[in-house]
Structures are given as C-alpha cells and as structure tokens.
Design a protein around this ligand. Sequence first.
Ligand code: ZN
Length: 68
Amino acid sequence: MSPNKTGREKARCPECLAAIWIKDDVELWDPITCPECHAALQVVRLRPLELDYLDEEWEDEVYDEEEE
Ligand SMILES: [Zn+2]
C-alpha cells in the first residue's frame, strides 16, 4: 500500500509563480531558493507543498521600539 511515489513534489514560487520541483523528503521550514528569480523561500506547508517568503523581517520589530 505505498502511494505513487515520484520522489519529488511541485511547489510554486510566490514571487514569480514558477514551478519548483522539491524532493518529497523536504522538511517543514526548510529554506528553498527559487531557481528562476532566486527569491529566498521556505516551506510553510507540506501537503500540499507550499512556499512562502523566508521570514527574516520579524527582527525589525525589536528596533521599532526606539523612541526619541
Ligand atoms: Zn521565483
């Protein structure tokens, strides 16, 4: 009872909408670089496979607390 394994999953780049083939043993939050636009992405969902921009902006909030 093994599913039809291709070994790869297709995801879509949120930046350029290119189809990206990713190994099906990829882990959640694995960083992915789009081969088309080189956007820094990460796996945000496995089934179905979904990519989103790599979350690296949240640290900015720390500095937003500065008050003059
Ligand atoms: Zn892209």
